[in-house]
Design a protein around this ligand. Sequence first.
Ligand code: TRH
Length: 395
Amino acid sequence: MPLMTNLPISRHWHLFCRVIDNFGDIGVCWRLARQLQHQHGQQVTLWVDDLRSFHALCPALDVSVAEQQRQGVVIRYWAEEFPELTPEQTGDVVIEAFACELPASYITAMAQREQASCWINLEYLSAEDWVPGFHLSQSPVHNLSKTFFFPGFVAGTGGLLYEPGLANLPRQMAHLSARQTFLSGFGLSPSLADCALQISLFAYENPALEGLLDALQAFPRTVHLLVPAGRVSAGLDAWLGENTVAGHTYCRGALMLSVMPFISQPQYDQLLAMCDLNFVRGEESFVRAQMMGRPMLWHIYRQEEEAHLDKLEAFLGHYCRAGEGPAGSRLADAFRFWNQSLPAAALNDSQAQARWHELLHQLPVLQNHALAWQKQLLALGDLASNLVQYATDKV
Ligand code: TRH
């Protein structure tokens, strides 16, 4: 019997990524590029304007080389001066990530193709109600049409970015020996045997950090907090009263705090998978924790005029449904507190500490909730497959 394959016909995909700040833009694009290649057999070129940020997620990248191949994906440095491409050299499918605006010469070349490219603007993730209404909307540009493709949490959106097998990672990291081996790779050998909980922390600068650390220090059981170096590091140093160094563990009361370097994307996945609770941020780490079925608390990317708070509430409206009663509303309040939308003044220090402790005691319930939520998201199909299905129908 011939081997049946569901792979669609291989097209040439060009992904364009401008790194605005942090790691989310390239984090999404790099993951999508790999998935299109590995899972869907597509030929992928990723144009990116910041190889240094990319290198943090993918240490195998050579930042001094303008064109290279990594994990089956062609990576090209998107310099200010864009090379002249012939129409045939443009992509069959062209994705501009997060409205990054393609080079004018590239659009001109695309417009001269015999068979029109499928041109897609991949949008930022939002749980707001208007998203399904705008998903797959079209905008005419010259003689071309651009499609707005929205990831999302509900039917009628493009779903979320995750690959098959991701949900199995927590099981693989559940064994003590797997976690110890992982940590020893970063020079860390804390005593995990007596540790009740492991928590990862990835966040922006956050005024609520001090209260969280106070609460962990005072927790009745040992908590292991793992922190990749980054924007939260200064807050840790201030609280600890010393300059933290990656590869070291600091003990304060019940808190065992291990500092890690900024790790590669697959290693970060392992970290999320092994923790009982993950503090995540932005877009990509936020989605990873959800698609692994792990409890998480989100530090949302701040926007002008507090626009991010509407996005936070829209997400909480789905994630912490009213039907879940007081537990759901307490969980929503924890998100609000972490994002300062529930003002710190609303809770005094001991109330805030009691809330954190309550949340930690609730983790088994939150774990069940995370799995139920993951199941709901899985039903939407994954973003890369949804994109392939949409685009390959067109080209
Ligand atoms: O870095 P982020 O805050 O990214 C973004 C950007 O700021 C973007 O402009 C903004 O629009 C968006 O947020 C909302 O957070 P995010 O999205 O979680 O991306 C982080 C990436 O870094 C993700 O792919 C996981 C990865 N990562 C590692 O590879 N190693 C690490 O050690 C850590 C902590 C993260």
